[in-house]
Design a binder for this molecule. Structure first.
Ligand code: NOJ
Ligand code: CA
Length: 685
């Protein structure tokens, strides 16, 4: 059994930002076959646990006395060290415990400064012969969560081969999802009734039969495979854990664990409205508190970079006449960043090893050897002089094992040049070299990504991870994990043979993928013509691109276009210069999945507010409720689609205007063109 990494591996101290703990009480109860229940603090959600006559653990969930989930199976299928297989029958209940928590904690960065963790918990102690397992339930006002925990016991090592957690919906929902094993999760979310779905990646978003919403995902995936969900004909969902591979073949084993051990949390947000769903912080609350004692070096920032030109096939990552990451180009990017209040510059293709990229790459990347035409000594000194940070890049082509061997030297090298942020990448066929070929989101991959995050933290490095395992809120514990890909990002609009993502895509993301955490979508294309792939382009107006800086949250936010294109639109670029990427509070004001989004966020470091509004293929008038501004007088700098603007033929038409507002601010109506948007900065007078 290979176990080279476990929960106790950390040399960082725990820091808990706990301000109020109102009630933490523990009640011990004997267990029987009658259901045991736990309610949300407001009493509107109820979860019942019961063992069936056959000893199968099950649960049901009610919202305002209506069944949301009917009797649904729980449990894991595990093989013990002795070779006994234990499934989800013949369990006995040995007792239960309940407790409650009401705690408010502070984020290091995020969509809001403070988060309240308010829930009731029920722990059920189960036994199957010699094996003991707890099922822990938490019920919040806006949803519930559950996990399996194995206390320390003589049965020490287990191989998990299946998970039985299911969700038997009382009424069939509609589901937004992408298919299981979508390469790097880069796909368009589509909606259909549950029974027409197949196996899906977690997360999924559900439109419930009664018009309410649900979001199903997992939290705190630190040493376990990512979950997937599959549809059954009876309107229920089952769990399928990502498997291990041996000799390039998928095997039955899903996870190797050692007790004590707790699985990731499975959670479901249940809310009446989309603004409530988007505001839910269940996922972050289920992750462990911050493990990094001194977080002063973790600073959200915007960056530009030597990047879009490679995706548009004008420059290359490898050395040659069109090499992108040259000293000259980088100096220009550093100057542009310094002149326009952009804190960072990324250089992809700065290092040795790109010769085979995009083919079968047999060269090993070096993370300490710049190409000869990239003068890192000069550039580091120059960037420092101009007050700009260089964002490093580590493409691994999926060779995680080699990267692990190089980690310390790679991060020492970054540290020696004063680099505090790195974009990592794992482009390879769907399997990557992690303990032999493995699926990125299997247990092996999850362990690898975690090792990178923890190593980076020791060297004070912030991570932007591409081709990740699906995010699950680990940034609460390791806030140097700033952002990740795992999304069909802007790059698809450069080279996708399907023409680029439809306008509806970015109107779907805030309700689906973004619910799992920040994403490096890379907004900010300012030139829409694509000479490389005829017919492919960004399906967006210029104002839509501006609004994405508010709509799609990322604490490392890349403005992705070439600096020449920004220089051509200085007025519009002012919004990119000013918009922050660290927020005091955030509110979805209005929206529909796949149709439109109106998001308001307040800057964490000033009194400014920002609004980003986007629409799909349909032009529409939106009315923005201004009550979030509260008291006072405001100047609104509005960037909106001009007359006759549309994404296909006239995406650049922009009207920039300044409006004075004073409380109580009347609602503002704005016209969004097809594929259009509106971005507003509110400055308090
Ligand atoms: C894929 C990443 O998503 C992209 O941003 C990057 O440019 C390439 N890999 C090269 O590393
Ligand atoms: Ca990618």
């Amino acid at each position: 059994m290979r176990i080279w990494f476990n929960h106790k591996d950390t040399n960082m101290k725990t820091r808990v930002n706990t301000f109020i703990i109102i009630a933490v009480g523990i009640v011990l109860t004997a267990c029987h076959r009658q259901p045991m229940s736990v309610n949300s603090p407001d009493g509107r959600l109820t979860l019942h646990f019961a063992l069936t006559d056959a000893g199968m653990p099950t649960y049901e969930v009610y919202q305002d006395d209506h069944a949301v989930l009917e009797c649904s199976a729980l449990g894991l299928r595990a093989v013990t060290e002795q070779g006994d297989t234990i499934g989800n029958l013949d369990w006995q209940c040995e007792g239960t415990e309940t407790n409650s928590k009401d705690e408010t904690w502070q984020t290091v960065w995020g969509e809001e400064r403070t988060i309240r963790d308010y829930h009731n918990q029920l722990t059920v102690h189960l036994r199957h012969d010699m094996l003991r397992m707890d099922i822990v339930f938490r019920v919040f006002n806006d949803g519930f969560a559950l996990r399996y925990a194995f206390p320390e016991q003589s049965c020490n090592e287990l191989t998990i081969i299946d998970e039985y957690t299911s969700y038997a919906f009382a009424e069939e929902p509609q589901i937004w999802s992408i298919p299981w094993r979508t390469e790097y999760y880069e796909a368009l979310f589509t909606k259909s009734p549950l029974h027409l779905k197949d196996t899906m990646n977690s997360p999924i978003t559900l439109e419930m039969a009664d018009g309410s919403y649900a979001f199903l995902h997992e939290a705190a995936v630190t040493d376990f495979p990512c979950q997937n969900l599959y549809a059954r004909q009876d309107a229920s969902l089952g769990t399928y854990l990502t498997p291990w591979m041996r000799e390039d073949k998928v095997i039955d084993d899903k996870a190797y664990i050692q007790t004590p051990f707790a699985t990731p949390w499975r959670f479901m947000i249940l809310t009446r409205t989309l603004p409530e769903m988007v505001a839910s912080r269940i996922m972050l609350n289920l992750n462990e508190p911050c493990q990094i004692e001194d977080t002063s070096w973790i600073r959200p920032m915007k960056f530009i970079g030597i990047w879009w030109n490679m995706h548009m096939r004008e420059w290359t990552w490898r050395q040659g006449p069109q090499h992108g990451a040259t000293t000259e180009h980088m100096k220009q990017y550093i100057d542009f960043a310094a002149d326009h209040h952009i804190q960072g510059v990324l250089a992809e293709g700065w290092n040795l090893g790109w010769e085979g990229y995009e083919g079968i790459n047999n060269d090993r990347f070096s993370f300490v050897t710049p190409y000869p035409d990239y003068d890192i000594d000069y550039l580091s000194a120059y960037a420092q002089e101009r007050g700009v940070q260089i964002v490093c890049h580590h493409e691994t082509s999926g060779r995680a094992n080699e990267y692990e061997a190089d980690l310390d030297t790679a991060y020492q090298y970054m540290q020696s040049y004063g680099m505090h942020a790195v974009k990592t990448g794992y482009v390879a066929p769907i399997i990557t070299t992690m303990d032999g070929h493995q699926i990125n989101r299997g247990q092996s991959g999850v362990r690898h990504y975690r090792k990178v995050i923890e190593t980076a933290a020791r060297y004070h490095v912030m991570i932007d991870n591409h081709e990740p395992a699906m995010p699950s809120g680990l940034q609460r514990t390791w806030p140097n994990l700033m952002t990740q890909e795992g999304i069909r990002g802007q790059e698809w609009n450069a080279w996708s043979s399907d023409g680029g993502s439809p306008c509806s895509h970015v109107c779907t993301l805030p309700y689906t993928r973004m619910m799992a955490g920040p994403a490096d979508y890379t907004p900010g294309v300012f030139a829409f013509e694509n000479p490389v792939i005829p017919g492919t382009r960004v399906h967006s107006t210029l104002c839509n691109q501006l609004a994405l800086f508010v709509v799609l949250y990322s604490p490392l936010q890349m403005a992705c276009d070439r600096i020449e294109n920004y220089a051509a639109h200085p007025e519009e670029f002012r919004f990119v210069e000013e918009v922050p990427c660290d927020w005091e509070q955030s509110h979805l004001l209005d929206g529909q999945i796949g149709e439109y989004v109106v998001m308001a966020r307040q800057d964490r470091h000033s009194t400014d507010w920002y609004v980003g509004a986007i629409t799909n293929e349909e032009a529409r008038d939106i009315t923005i409720d201004m009550s979030f501004l509260g008291e006072g007088e405001w100047v609104a700098e509005v960037y909106r689609d001009g007359d006759e603007c549309d994404w296909e033929t006239n995406p650049y038409a922009t009207i920039i205007e300044t409006i004075h507002l004073s409380a109580p601010c009347a609602p503002m109506t704005v016209h969004l063109a097809t594929g259009g948007g509106c971005a507003i900065r509110f400055v308090k007078l």
